[in-house]
Write a new protein. Structure first.
Length: 421
């Protein structure tokens, strides 16, 4: 099924950022390893998070799912697997989390996903867990799933150069290691501080020194964990409002949200926002300036920033983008190829994209690469472009991560629809 987008859109209205998918994963897994009853408030119940939910139940965790909270009876780290295989569908975060906590099991487990996820190499995850004493191996030379995990726990030690997206995987089993664990994070900032805060709230001794986390032996105590709202989840709406004749009001306190880094990048590119205690206001159209934008540690937002840069004044260099090649698709190549179809001037290099800003983009038929971030960005590009844009290969991926993506845009007045509607 395709998405049809009519260009030169105007959007207007108010919305509330949904809960974070990343922290729904992390808090649910934390609660699953605690002793006794914990509560996860404001979880995001989408396909990716529910795949983790079901896999944790297969490890002996009891979860009661309500509309606004999940009640979790944890195992205290003593997993009781039902069967030998855990399938997480398309979620890389769930795959990394389940691979790591499966090291605590007393039997061999296989952790796998769908065909797309099985094509994504994750050598740094496996290498890091092995450095901590875990017996974790891929069934393929490129170090992609399925993963075979021999239980028995971790010894502990130090793992260096951890990517922020894998930080939960190293934090979750760390208190159960036979000696302390030190994690040195390559990138992180906001993710590092928030994950450390959750761990400390669960009663585990932790010290943070710059980008170093030192976790001592301990146990997770039952707690109430609140999933923060996510600006990443509304990033396509934010960017669309910036680039079109629009006014969008987000009901959120910026300081409490995941993804504030997105606003900082857009501000550095010349975009302006109005902030109050309970609201973020975005008015357009605005046009970014050129310059250098470092996306190291933020591969999820590369597709949207590439759209902004395509309409910026002058040249923009998006640097440290290699991580975006290893997501649900090669997001660097996907965006370069599709935006060229729409009239953008882009040079693709291994570690960067160089984009010459244009005054207009043209509607075209583009490929969402079965990747929610690419498909969402191409819908935004279509809203800004002249004429009609058809986005192929993205509907299923959008439903996985942005369950109300099309209906929310339609409520705001954008001309988007499924082909045949």
């Amino acid at each position: 099924m395709d998405i049809v987008v009519h260009g030169k859109a105007t959007i207007s209205g108010e919305m509330r950022p949904p809960p974070s998918k990343f922290y729904t994963h992390f808090t649910t897994a934390l609660a699953s390893l605690s002793h006794g009853k914990s509560v996860v408030r404001d979880p995001l119940p989408v396909k990716d998070t529910l795949s983790l939910f079901r896999a944790l139940e297969k490890l002996g965790v009891v979860i009661s799912r309500g509309a606004r909270e999940w009640v979790v009876w944890g195992t205290g780290g003593e997993l009781r697997p039902k069967g030998n295989t855990l399938d997480v569908g398309n979620s890389a975060t769930a795959l990394s989390i389940l691979t790591s906590i499966s090291t605590l099991a007393s039997r061999v487990l296989v952790v796998t996903g769908d065909s797309q996820l099985r094509s994504r190499p994750m050598p740094s995850l496996l290498r890091g867990l092995r450095r901590l004493g875990g017996e974790v191996y891929s069934t393929k030379p490129e170090e992609s799933a399925p993963f075979i995990v021999f239980g028995g726990g971790l010894q502990g030690g130090m793992v260096d150069g951890v990517d922020a997206r894998f930080l939960p995987a190293f934090l979750l089993p760390a208190p159960f290691a036979s000696k302390g664990v030190e994690i040195r994070v390559r990138t992180g900032g906001e993710v590092l501080e928030r994950c450390a805060d959750f761990i400390q709230r669960m009663g585990v001794p932790l010290r943070m020194q710059g980008r170093r986390l030192i976790i001592s032996e301990g146990s997770f105590r039952p707690s109430t964990l609140v999933v923060p709202p996510s600006l990443y989840q509304v990033a396509p709406f934010i960017v669309a409002a910036c680039l079109t004749y629009s006014e969008l009001r987000l009901r959120a306190n910026k300081e409490k949200c995941e993804g504030v880094f997105l606003l900082k990048i857009l501000e550095e590119m010349g975009m302006n926002f109005r902030f109050s205690r309970e609201k973020i206001v975005i008015k357009g159209p605005q046009r970014a300036g050129g310059g250098v934008v470092d996306l190291g540690g933020n591969p999820d937002i590369l597709p949207l920033i590439a759209v902004v840069a395509s309409l910026a004044h002058g040249r923009t260099r998006l640097v440290n983008v290699s991580g975006a090649r290893e997501m649900k698709s090669d997001r660097v190549s996907s965006m370069a190829k599709n935006l060229r179809k729409m009239g953008a001037k882009i040079k693709e290099r291994r570690g960067e994209l160089v984009i010459e800003g244009q005054r207009v983009l043209r509607g075209a038929e583009v490929d969402g690469s079965d990747d929610h971030a690419v498909a969402a960005a191409l819908v935004v590009a279509g809203l800004v472009a002249e004429g009609r844009t058809v986005v192929r290969g993205g509907v299923g991926a959008l439903r996985t991560s942005y369950s109300k993506f099309l209906s929310e845009f339609q409520k705001l007045g954008a001309g988007v629809s499924l082909k045949g509607d």
